[in-house]
Design a protein. Structure first.
Length: 233
């Protein structure tokens, strides 16, 4: 699927819905129950892919981290939200650096995220167990708090394009990148409609993006409620 970045005007309404952010504690989990949705999440969940653009730009590609979010006071770290009452993943946050990147090979994945009803297509399997924070960035692997059901094209080239940008930057500098991946669910659906990915390099401006990746696959209609699917003729 051809990827064309287009700009979405995200209208942030008055704070009628609370915005949840867990305390940033190195290598710990954020408490995320009950799940609280922001106006921005609701708007992103309502977007419909036009079958041409798998990635769209949010907020003019500007991350919305606060000054506190960007501090290096706690060094490098990563946090994952607890699963909600439907066992769905929540937001993942990290302050990345080269020292967090794994040196070992990734082991096979063996845990199944919500909505895992895979199907064999002519091009391969429909779904991947998609990491929120990619293995190449921190080495986190068989952790249900870091895995969601994602299509092949959502995973690659969708998320991987941006993960590779960060990984290349980290490997070639001693700098840090503030990173956040937020899965966007609609109602009680078990498969996310997509993810919002934000990143900002701390010591310079080489890494800076805010995008939304649709969890779709060409030629397939997905039932996001339970992960079932049908091939479109």
């Amino acid at each position: 699927m051809k990827k064309i970045l287009i700009t979405i005007g995200i209208i942030i309404l008055s704070a009628t819905i609370a915005y949840y952010k867990g305390d940033l504690i190195p290598n710990s989990d954020e408490k995320a129950e009950p799940r609280i949705y922001t106006d921005q999440q609701i708007e992103l969940a309502s977007l419909v892919s036009d079958s041409k653009n798998q990635v769209v730009i949010v907020n003019n590609n500007k991350p919305d981290f606060t000054a506190t979010d960007l501090t290096l006071e706690k060094g490098t770290w990563q946090t994952f939200s607890n699963l909600d009452d439907l066992n769905r993943v929540g937001v993942a946050n990290a302050m990345l650096s080269r020292e967090l990147m794994p040196r070992e090979e990734r082991e096979p994945l063996h845990v199944d995220p919500t909505g895992w009803k895979n199907k064999k297509l002519a091009s391969g399997w429909l779904y991947n167990r998609s990491h929120l924070i990619g293995f190449q960035l921190t080495g986190e692997n068989n952790n249900l708090k870091n895995l969601m059901t994602g299509t092949r094209s959502f995973n690659t080239p969708g998320m991987l394009t941006y993960e590779n940008k960060i990984a290349t930057y980290l490997r070639t500098t001693k700098n840090h990148v503030r990173y956040q991946v937020r899965p966007v669910f609609k109602g009680s659906e078990l498969v996310a409609r997509g993810v919002q990915m934000q990143a900002k390099s701390i010591e310079d401006n080489q890494i800076s993006f805010n995008v939304y990746v649709f969890n779709v696959e060409g030629g397939v209609t997905i039932n996001y409620q339970d992960g079932s699917s049908r091939i479109v003729k």
